[in-house]
Write a protein that binds this ligand. Structure first.
Ligand code: GLV
Ligand code: GLV
Length: 316
């Protein structure tokens, strides 16, 4: 059968699929595929491996005449109209679990980079401004003893909390459901979003983007942030009112913010890029060789199972 992959992936996905008797076409250009190209390539495919940069709406789905599975190369799947796919009997899968640790590491990376002013220090040295150790040079903030607010205590949120726990911090979380195991293991305490925003020193966001979480951190909630708060978003830009957050950062109403994701990705608000108190990464959450390779193989495994008439390993 025919498998279409919307961009070249790490690992031996094509080989794996071919060894199982399928033909594979990969969109080879080094940029996201356009809608028109997607439709042209995928029209006759029995399976599609897609990226979070592919917006798969009802129009695209209507053109997938033979497709049985869309295997999304990401944990998030807000890029796909999953209800419409379901109506058309197309199975959608994602790549949960295997990217949890890598993604949690990026939250810590951003938090440490913001709190210890790593980028400022790096630039300072590179610009040859370093004239020797000084008592007041680039002072950051401690992490030990602080309160960490985890927004979204799924697998990734819990993995972030576990890492922060090792820094001797207090963990509170906001989540729809109570996570009793998490509370027992980490000593985490469930609080309201308002409370979390008001008392946390570092806030990390791991909640999926859905209609319900759109601008979950709106003006009102962002206004509760403490003057020295650090906000880290590794989930999706849409969860935060980015324009308002930029205003807060501009007026130094909070300490800093670390971004791995943006509201208008990849077109980042130019105002944000001008700010000295932000750290910006190009959506690197799962970007390790090991993790991205495992994600590709999981997509292939889901495709192989569904094309054999079996159930998918990780359906959404
Ligand atoms: C990355 O953001 C993912 O959803 O995998
Ligand atoms: C994502 O996989 C999560 O559960 O946070």
């Amino acid at each position: 059968m025919k498998v279409f992959i919307t961009r070249s992936l790490p690992g031996n996905v094509e080989k794996t699929l071919r060894e199982n008797g399928h033909s594979v076409v990969t969109f080879k250009k080094d940029r996201p595929i356009t809608k028109k190209e997607f439709i042209n390539y995928a029209r006759n495919a029995d399976a599609v491996i897609s990226l979070l940069t592919d917006k798969i709406d009802s129009e695209i789905i209507d053109n997938l005449k033979k497709c049985k599975i869309i295997a999304n190369y990401a944990a998030g799947y807000n890029n796909i109209d999953i209800n419409y796919a379901k109506q058309k009997n197309i199975i959608v899968t994602n790549t949960p679990d295997i990217l949890t640790n890598a993604t949690a590491d990026i939250a810590l990376t951003l938090a440490l980079t913001c709190s210890r002013r790593v980028i400022d220090g790096h630039d300072f040295v590179k610009k040859k401004k370093f004239k020797g150790w000084a008592p007041k040079l680039l002072l950051g903030l401690d992490i030990c003893g602080k309160t960490i607010g985890i927004i979204g205590a799924g697998r990734i949120g819990q993995a972030v909390a576990k890492r922060f726990k090792a820094f001797d911090t207090k963990i509170i979380y906001y989540n729809r459901s109570r996570k009793s195991d998490f509370e027992k293991k980490i000593g985490a305490k469930k609080v309201t979003l308002k409370k979390l925003m008001s008392v946390s020193d570092i806030i990390t966001i791991q909640i999926p983007s859905t209609n319900e979480t759109y601008h979950l951190l709106d003006k009102e909630h962002l206004s509760f942030l403490k003057p020295n708060a650090i906000l880290i978003n590794i989930a999706r830009g849409e969860v935060v009112d980015e324009k308002y957050l930029i205003q807060l950062l501009k007026k130094n109403k909070i300490h800093s913010a670390g971004f791995d994701v943006y509201e208008n990705e990849p077109n980042i608000d130019p105002e944000l890029l001008k700010l000295p108190n932000v750290v910006v990464l190009p959506h690197l959450g799962s970007a390790t060789i090991e993790t991205r390779t495992k994600m590709a193989l999981l997509c292939a495994e889901n495709v192989l199972r569904v094309l054999k008439g079996k159930s998918a390993k990780t359906p959404v």
